[in-house]
Design a protein around this ligand. Structure first.
Ligand code: EPZ
Length: 429
């Protein structure tokens, strides 16, 4: 077990290269199951979720080679192996194996997914979609069983705008007979990325990135090469760190239009940001940051995944900010940890009310989930003294080479093994 130490107060300067998008990658990799020849995905981030998915594809018989961010998948030997337990439980995105295996084999058994605890995270809309396509879906002892004689295209209206359900239904529908129409679909860039891969594999799919996606089923899909989009949430996290502690931080390999809501908010705080084709320059160092109110929404609204790191930045603002999460009901576990660092934050229902303080103090804190971890990293960069962050398994699920990237920007950050005493303290906490 390790901890991440951050000696706060160091100004950040220089450039950071953003990795491939985690939330695309975790769908692109299962999508390879649908092909009848080799699929290569380039630009994958070096994060634990990717290693788990590689192992899961191997478990069902695929030949998978992963090196330097390039995954080569030969899906031809795969079989519809039941995966009720084990690694599937380690990440939420293992639910994409349901859509992909159902699409290819017309049957699948997948354990109910794990992932960050952010309040209830049902998958009823995924199931509604699979059933509409003709699958019988049952929940038996914590695993979802899916079976279909055949899959037939359907018109599916999502009652909740869901990234996962939109992608999962796409995966199941691309080889169904006839036409599928997904209405009230999510519009996140990761959905377009998955649709692009599927189209390169020979799928007939239109409208990804709008709220109506139309799919004409095809008999088979072939291999191809695909380059993943940059991770807008990683980019956003570095933009927030730059806004907090940066002199000039250049975020490289980013699509600025994916982050318009964040850019607007950072500008509203009085921080300068310049954008070009694939770069964003954050010019921080202002004496005063203005408070702002934020409401998370589905894309293109403010991303819930950046709400937590943004809260750390808002502790520096002069005045009171309100952050409301309309996507998840309980994504505020980071607040208790920020309070340990001297912040003044109240949580009321779905909102955090943050009153800026002169400074944050270092503390021993624990990441409860991935973006809570990102929040604590930003707070550690701001705080006086050495902040020690545990719960790194969450951060490692989503941030590729985090220490190296921060160190290159001038932050004082290092990993250290936990002592036996610290491990016992953690286990008892
Ligand atoms: C994706 O989760 C991301 N994960 C999340 O990122 C992100 O927070 C979320 O989208 C919202 O942007 C991946 O892409 C792997 P949803 P997903 O289905 O697809 C409710 C991170 O930190 N809902 O769009 O699981 C749900 O409870 C992670 O990188 C239903 O009610 O999210 C939530 O309130 C965390 N029924 C809302 O919809 C369903 O069947 C949006 O969820 C599905 C979802």
């Amino acid at each position: 077990m390790e901890k991440l130490n951050i000696a706060g107060g160091e100004p950040l300067r220089g450039s950071v290269h953003i990795s491939g998008a985690k939330n695309s990658a975790v769908a692109l990799i299962p999508a390879t199951i649908l092909a009848d020849s080799t699929v290569t995905i380039e630009g994958l981030p070096k994060i634990s979720d990717i290693f788990i998915l590689r192992d899961l594809l191997r478990e069902i018989g695929g030949n998978v080679h992963l090196e330097k961010g390039e995954m080569v998948v030969d899906p031809t030997p795969m079989i519809s192996m039941p995966l009720p337990n084990g690694k599937v439980k380690k990440l939420r995105a293992s639910y994409y194996l349901m859509g992909a295996m159902l699409g290819r084999f017309k049957k699948a058994v997948i354990g109910l997914p794990g992932g960050c605890h952010l309040g209830p995270r049902p998958i009823d809309q995924h199931i509604k979609g699979f059933e509409a396509l003709g699958a019988e879906v049952t929940n038996e002892q914590g695993a979802i069983y899916l079976r279909a004689e055949k899959l037939v295209g359907a018109r599916i209206y999502l009652d909740v705008v869901s990234v996962g359900a939109t992608i999962n239904i796409m995966l199941a529908a691309v080889m169904a007979e006839g036409k599928t129409i997904i209405e009230n679909a999510a519009k996140e860039p990761e959905i377009i990325d998955v649709a692009t891969l599927l189209a390169n594999m020979g799928a007939k799919i239109k409208g990804a990135g709008t709220d109506v996606i139309r799919i004409e089923g095809v008999k088979s899909l072939h291999g191809c090469r695909h380059a993943i989009i940059p991770d807008r949430i990683e980019a956003g996290t570095f933009m927030i760190a730059g806004a907090a502690m940066g002199k000039e931080v250049l975020i490289d390999n980013v699509i600025p239009t994916h982050l318009e809501s964040l850019i607007a908010k950072i500008r509203e705080m009085g921080i300068r940001i310049e954008t070009s084709n694939d770069q964003v320059l954050v010019i921080g160092g202002q004496k005063e940051i203005k408070p702002v109110d934020i409401k998370t929404l589905v894309y293109p609204g403010f991303p819930t995944d950046l709400q937590q790191p943004m809260t750390a930045l808002l502790t520096k603002a002069r005045g009171t900010s309100v952050v409301t999460d309309t996507v998840y009901s309980a994504r505020f576990k980071h607040v208790d940890e920020l309070r340990r660092m001297g912040s003044d934050i109240k949580v009321e229902g779905r909102s955090a009310i943050i009153t800026g303080t002169k400074s944050l103090q270092s503390a021993k804190v624990k990441a409860s989930d991935l973006r809570a971890g990102a929040c604590l990293v930003v707070a550690g960069l701001i705080a006086d003294g050495v902040t020690e962050i545990t719960g790194l398994e969450h951060i490692d699920r989503g941030y590729s080479n985090l220490e190296e990237k921060l160190t290159r920007l001038g932050a004082a950050v290092w990993r250290e093994k936990l002592s036996q005493e610290e491990i016992e303290q953690l286990q008892n906490s």
